[in-house]
Design a protein around this ligand. Structure first.
Ligand code: HGY
Ligand code: MN
Ligand code: MN
Length: 428
């Protein structure tokens, strides 16, 4: 049996065409981006399209209880597949490439393997995982959390979204509450191709990011309960102003990030005031705080400082302030041998590359504890992401997909080839 990985290259044109076709679902007028919040009708339509492409490739398709969809190409032997994948749900200001690239590049790799009449020893699989973004149903990476057994399915199905619906209701409504068991058996290895979503590769003119791990993530939802009152008649010292308290929290976390310095980041992304009217002192505020750091101790320190500040602020603003955790993931390091594989594949293909840690969360971080895992990054134009003007050059998309192909074939090993050997006159 030959275990060399023959040179196959993916069809970059087809990859870009499929990315465009998927982005047309939930498209954001006048941009390349799309809005397909998890488990919405747009997400269903996106899922249906990718499932059709999996069917066209003749993959065995499984859908599990949280709606993760895995397409598998059989190998010469049974057993855990070499898996790639990512997500196809987006944030409200979604770009064309975030998540979608890792799924559609996986389809292209499998298409190239089939066209080369290659049979791999291990099966090859490509998946998309439910609600990676977590912006409608926190936490993020929800589907891969359940897939890998980090979160019980029943608990995940009961999660209530920002619009009051539950995960279970919405999964059933869109017809993606599957029967495949959760958690699923771990794959042989997991490799995710993703855009960097940050400025490093683009600034340095480097094509491939060799991802060493993912920084820690802490999401909190903070509720401020004050008292509505007349904006004109209520003296400042008699107010219980939830709007002012919310603004103070946003300033506090921004200044905390500046005090800690990089890589600490803090973001207030969602603020809802009630009654949200020009002439009423806000009685209620609900806001989210996203804090991240590569160092878990520093991330915990940031959380403690925020908690202490909320206590002081409640007294100062004479409001009631509570906080609930929406997500908390420690930093993750990928397997050294998988990092080496990304490094080697990029070098073999003559692609500039450098190591870096991911600032964004990814499904791959959920696979790291259960199987050898790593990630491949390609550049994001000006580091822009979670923005419909997100962009990656077609040649970088293709380069990343070729690195993915090389690693997957190496890991899956070649059982037999026909076209390649005939052409190269290689004897088995
Ligand atoms: O929030 C994140 O880092 C990812 O986009 N879900
Ligand atoms: Mn993503
Ligand atoms: Mn994202």
């Amino acid at each position: 049996m030959i275990s060399m990985a023959p040179e196959i290259s993916v069809d970059g044109r087809s990859l870009s065409d499929r990315l465009a076709a998927l982005a047309s679902i939930g498209e954001i007028e006048g941009t390349d981006g799309a809005c397909r919040l998890a488990l919405t009708d747009e997400d269903r339509a996106g899922r249906d399209l990718v499932v059709t492409w999996m069917q066209d490739l003749g993959l065995d398709i499984s859908i599990d209880g949280i709606g993760n969809v895995i397409g598998t190409l059989a190998g010469a032997t049974e057993g855990p597949p070499v898996m790639c994948g990512s997500h196809i749900d987006t944030v409200r200001t979604g770009g064309r490439y975030d998540g979608n690239l890792g799924v559609l590049a996986g389809l292209q790799v499998i298409e190239a393997v089939k066209q080369a009449n290659i049979t791999t020893r291990r099966p090859l699989a490509v998946g998309f995982f439910t609600d990676e973004e977590g912006s409608r149903f926190p936490p993020d990476m929800l589907g891969s959390l359940v897939y890998t057994g980090e979160l019980p399915l029943e608990e995940a199905l009961d999660i209530v979204g920002t619009d009051g619906a539950t995960v279970g209701e919405e999964l059933s409504r869109i017809g993606y509450r599957g029967s495949a068991p959760c958690p699923s058996p771990p794959p042989h290895a997991f490799i995710e191709l993703h855009i960097e979503q940050g400025p490093i590769l683009d600034t340095e003119g480097i094509v491939i990011g060799v991802v060493t791990g993912v920084q820690g993530i802490s999401w909190a939802e903070i509720t401020v309960a004050g008292q509505s009152n007349h904006a004109g008649t209520t003296p400042m010292n008699m107010r219980h102003d939830a709007g002012w308290a919310a603004a103070r929290i946003a300033v506090f976390v921004h200044e905390l990030a500046e005090k800690f310095g990089p890589p600490q980041v803090c973001t207030v992304g969602r603020v809802e005031l009630h009654p949200n009217l020009v002439n009423v002192v806000a009685s209620d505020a609900v806001l989210t705080v996203d804090m991240r750091n590569t160092n878990d101790n520093l991330l915990t320190e940031a959380e403690n400082r925020l908690a202490a500040f909320l206590k002081e602020l409640a007294a100062e603003s004479d409001t009631e302030i509570t906080s609930r955790c929406l997500a908390r993931f420690a930093p993750v390091e990928f397997a050294p041998e998988m990092i080496d594989r990304v490094e080697q594949a990029a070098a073999d293909l003559g692609l500039s590359h450098r190591q870096l840690c991911s600032g964004a969360g990814h499904d791959a971080q959920m696979f790291a504890p259960v199987c050898p895992t790593s990630m491949i990054f390609v550049p994001s134009w000006k580091g822009i992401s979670h923005n419909p003007f997100e962009h990656t050059e077609p040649e970088h998309l293709e380069a990343g997909a070729n690195v993915l192909a090389r690693i997957m074939l190496d890991l899956a090993e070649i059982a037999e080839t026909s076209k390649i050997e005939e052409a190269a006159g290689v004897q088995v």
